[in-house]
Design a protein. Structure first.
Length: 444
């Protein structure tokens, strides 16, 4: 009897083992591709890469007055090393002044010409006025002579006296005309001197302004601080040989390192989830063990096309809490923006989700010895997991890949979705009965 029992037991063991071997050959090795449905807190996080910059900073600028001389760009000839700590008034950069120097030299020649013209006009008017005064004095003498002759001719014949009176009148008229002409010439000389004087002052003022601009080609630090290069239109820091535009002639900045922020960019798909005030977990590539916290302070309303990117992104500013002396501008940060936080929900890995005809979302669930395609309703998702609002319960096991042999199996649909599907499927032109391709014994 014992021998027969042993034989029967052995046969049973072999049959069970064979069943599992056959089952395993049908569905594949499933032990390594199953995941449990978990319950707990769920974070909707958006992960981005950012760059540190100071919240407040002082700009170090070149000469902005160059626009007045129609110079729109200027090249940086030499610049101090980035990260250098400078004092107020220290040299920061030298700009190429070759184009402006040519205009400065032309203005200097123009000033010399204006000054020469002023002196020449001054001498000419002085000489003319002297000649007019001499002429006026001579006419006064002539008038006196005519008066003496007239006085001495009172005993002369009437014709002689009449002739002397005529000569006296002519001399008086000549003197009066010369006096009037002298006044006019004097006024003309004043106006002419005023004109050349105004022209000279104009050129002198322009030359003085250009002299100050020429001095500003040596860029000095307006305050104490650490020099950080300004970034150009392509996002790269400017350097010796780079050009700066005169509508924003910033060469470098002096950041306030006591208050830092991370500038990052979020793609247009996720930006709707980001709002001001959301918490952010921040990591530093330079210090992997250092963890910082912050909050979103600003989300751009308009997207932009970043270099080497095909999609639109939106700028997001994250202010870092507290002060850390190790933080430096341009450090790379990893930002995890906590968009939503759910306290007690079911969730599964994103890899376990499948869809059919873009209308039914399902998972492949391990149900005892069976493998079932189970319809589910999903909620929020993050980079790795998705919330399940219906269709699964805690500790259910789902496949992360499709096992072999179940491609043609029916999907177990959710009863609460039937009414919705009926409404969608019922149309006036063609009324189809709502069918549920599910075994009658299946349930949630």
């Amino acid at each position: 009897m014992k021998k027969n029992l042993l034989i029967v037991s052995g046969v049973i063991v072999l049959l069970v083992a064979g069943y599992f071997i056959v089952r395993g050959s049908k569905t594949g090795d499933i032990s390594d591709i199953l995941a449990n449905v978990k319950r707990g807190p769920f974070k909707v996080e958006i992960e981005t890469t950012g760059e540190l910059e100071a919240k407040n900073s002082v700009k170090i600028q070149g000469p902005s007055q160059l626009r007045e001389f129609r110079i729109w760009t200027v090249t940086i000839q030499d610049i101090i090393a980035e990260g250098t700590v400078v004092k107020k008034g220290d040299w920061v950069a030298t700009l190429n002044r070759s184009e402006f120097q040519g205009r400065f030299n032309d203005k200097q020649i123009e000033l010399e010409k204006a000054n020469s013209k002023f002196i020449q006009t001054q001498l000419d008017t002085t000489l003319q006025m002297r000649q007019s005064r001499d002429e006026l004095i001579n006419l006064e003498y002539a008038l006196e002579e005519k008066q003496i002759i007239l006085d001495q001719s009172k005993f002369e014949p009437p014709a002689t006296i009449k002739q002397n009176e005529i000569n006296m009148d002519k001399a008086r008229r000549a003197h009066e005309q010369a006096l009037e002409n002298y006044k006019i010439k004097k006024q003309q000389s004043v106006e002419k001197m005023r004109e050349v004087s105004a022209e000279l002052r104009k050129v002198q003022n322009e030359f003085t302004a250009m002299t100050k601009v020429l001095e500003s080609f040596n860029v000095l630090a307006p305050e104490d601080g650490m020099v950080i290069y300004e970034k150009g239109w392509d996002g790269k820091p400017i350097k010796a040989g780079s050009q700066i535009e005169m509508w924003d002639p910033t060469v470098a900045t002096l950041p306030d390192l006591t208050k830092m922020m991370s500038k990052t960019y979020v793609n247009e798909v996720d930006v709707r989830k980001v709002k001001a005030g959301q918490a952010v977990e921040i990591g530093l590539d330079a210090y992997p063990d250092k963890k910082l916290s912050g909050s979103v302070t600003q989300v751009a309303n308009v997207g932009e096309q970043r270099p080497n990117s095909d999609s639109k992104v939106f700028e997001v500013l994250v202010e870092i809490n507290g002060t850390d002396p190790t933080l430096r501008p341009s450090m790379t940060t990893s930002n995890r923006i906590v968009a939503s936080m759910l306290d007690n929900v079911l969730f599964v890995p994103l890899e376990s989700l499948h869809s059919q005809a873009d209308t039914i979302t399902y998972v492949i669930k391990k149900d005892g010895m069976n493998t079932i395609k189970q319809e589910i309703i999903v909620g929020l998702s993050n980079a790795s997991d998705v919330v399940i609002t219906a269709g699964l319960k805690e500790n259910d096991r789902v496949f992360l890949s499709v096992p072999k042999g179940i491609e043609d199996d029916d999907i177990r649909l959710l009863p609460e979705m039937n009414g919705k599907r009926k409404k969608e499927e019922e149309k006036p032109a063609e009324v189809k009965p709502a069918t549920q391709v599910v075994p009658a014994s299946s349930s949630l």
